[in-house]
Every structure is written in C-alpha cells, then in structure tokens.
Design a protein around this ligand. Structure first.
Ligand code: GLU
Length: 292
C-alpha cells in the first residue's frame, strides 16, 4: 500500500546522536521540515539511538540546540532506545515465519570469504543460512545477529517484482531491488535492532508519509520496501536529496572534519540565515552539492 495523497503530511528528521551535525544534516532537516510545513503537516524528530555504545546524551542536546538555531520547529523527540519492544515484536514475527536466521560470523570471517565483497555492497555470502535449526539453537549462547533470509522472503506471496516498487521525488517510480543488498542484518550482536528494521517499523508506527534523507540511503530503501511488504506496513513517499560535499569533493561526513553546526553557532553565525541560504541553494564558500 503506497500512502495516499489526501493524508496529512508527516515528515521526520532522524539523526543518530553519535556525533555533531553538519551542514548536510541541516539540509535534510530543512527539507523535511519545509515539506511538512508547506502542507500544514507535522514535522517529527526521531533520535536514532539504538547503538548504545556510540550514542551520547550530549549529542542529543546539541541536536536540539542546532534545530532551534536553524529555526526548525519540531514535535517532541522520540527515542528509538525507548521503543525496543516494537522492533522485538517485528523480529519475532519474522522469526515465526522462518524469514530470518541467526548468524555467528565475525566481521573478519565475512571479509575473508571468497564471495565478499562483490558489487557496490559487500553482500553477506550466506555462510550461516544453511545451519539446521537444532544446530543454530545449540549455539544461541554465542554472539549472533539475525539476518533476513532474502530468498525465502522473496518467495512469500505478494513479493513479486511487479508488487515491490516505491516512489522517489527525484527518481520517480523505482522497482525495489532488495537482492542487491543481500541477507541484511535485522538485529545486531550489540544492539536489539538494526537501522533497517528500526527505521521501517518507526516510519510506519509514527505515520510518516514522506521520508526525506540523503541519496546515500537510496539503496537502503530497497530493503525497507521489502520489510514493509513482509510486515504489512504502508510505504511512504521518498525524497532522496543530493549530498553536500566539501571543498575536497568529499561528502560532509563527520569524519572529514567539516564545520559542525555547533561550531558555527558558537562562532556567532546566524542559523536562520544559514537555513535560508541552504533553501535557496546558496552554500558557504567551499561547499557544493553532489549526487552520490
Ligand atoms: N539515522 C540515520 C542517519 O543519521 C538516518 C535515517 C533515515 O533518515 O532514514 O544517517
């Protein structure tokens, strides 16, 4: 079910509080905010903090200050760390239907496997997929994640190619290609849900009609579309936007040391002017927009 045009628009900004926000995050937040506000809709803030080892409360506080500085009003934040039961329920349903399997491989084992990496994504080679249920059950005390059994998932009713598509504001009608992503992780060794599972469950549970995010997450949408179909969840409209790049042509990931919104704020830069500049395609010197 693709979401209808007549509903109230609900968009969200969904940062992970694992570092400080930069201009690329600001662009995502502004686009999501403006989409909702232009339609008289709702703009949600979801803190994606399922990764307990990397998420920090201080980053949450900074995100709230950054959004206020940019002049973006949002609904009270929702924290993924408080919603783990929802993800558990979804995972349990997929387990009951035999659509996930436990994987005991280490990163090093996956990297060393002959068939990985191939293509743009280092798809998991499926080492643990054939483990018999009894053998897997005997190893439940060992560290393991849960992976989607893609072949079984695609063999379910309603998962034919012509059923699985989604709409992107820039790319138009897109046929979902979850096979390109392989047997993705749905629950991690160190966290009760993966990004893919949590984001899919939350977008549906929160009634998100429009997902605005960087084009670096375009391929993740293939997986989200499949999960929506498997779990009987609605499909939002997607708006994957080009990424900002720094003077060196690199994306503004935190690791490239691009100025953070917090640093700009501390330096006395006016956030609302920055937001208006980003809206109008005016970027600070040294930045440009690139399609991934
Ligand atoms: N939490 C993700 C990130 O910070 C974004 C999730 C999304 O927009 O779907 O990259």
């Amino acid at each position: 079910m693709i979401r209808g045009q007549e509903e109230q628009v609900v968009s969200r900004f969904a940062p992970s509080p694992t570092g400080r926000l930069h201009l690329g995050h600001a662009l995502s937040a502004i686009r999501a905010h403006d989409l909702a506000s232009a339609a008289g809709g709702r703009f949600l803030l979801r803190i994606e903090d399922i990764d307990g080892t990397r998420s920090r409360a201080e980053h949450v506080a900074t995100i709230l200050d950054d959004l206020a500085w940019l002049g973006l009003r949002h609904e009270p934040p929702v924290f993924q760390s408080e919603r783990l039961a929802l993800y558990d329920t979804a995972l349990a349903e997929l387990r009951t239907r035999g659509l996930v399997y436990p994987c005991f491989c280490t990163r090093a084992e996956i990297a060393a496997s002959a068939s990985a990496p191939h293509g743009p994504v280092a798809a998991y080679p499926g080492t643990c997929r054939p483990l018999a249920p009894a053998a897997a059950a005997a190893r439940m005390g060992e560290a393991h994640c849960w992976r989607l059994d893609l072949a079984r998932a695609l063999a379910q009713p309603g998962m034919a190619d012509e059923d699985l598509w989604w709409h992107d504001a820039a790319a138009g009608r897109v046929r979902a290609d979850p096979a390109s992503q392989g047997d993705v992780v749905l629950a991690r060794k160190d966290a009760p849900a993966s990004y893919h599972l949590a984001v899919t469950v939350d977008d549906a549970a929160q009634g998100v009609t429009d997902v605005v995010r960087g084009v670096d997450l375009f391929d993740a949408t293939h997986v989200h579309r499949l999960l929506q179909a498997l779990l009987g969840l609605p499909t939002p409209r997607y708006h994957h936007h080009p990424l900002l790049t720094g003077a060196d042509g690199q994306r503004l990931a935190k690791r490239h040391g691009s100025p953070t919104l917090a640093a700009m704020r501390a330096a006395g830069v006016d956030g609302k002017s920055v937001a208006d500049d980003l809206r109008n395609g005016r970027l600070p010197t040294g930045f440009s927009v690139a399609n991934a």
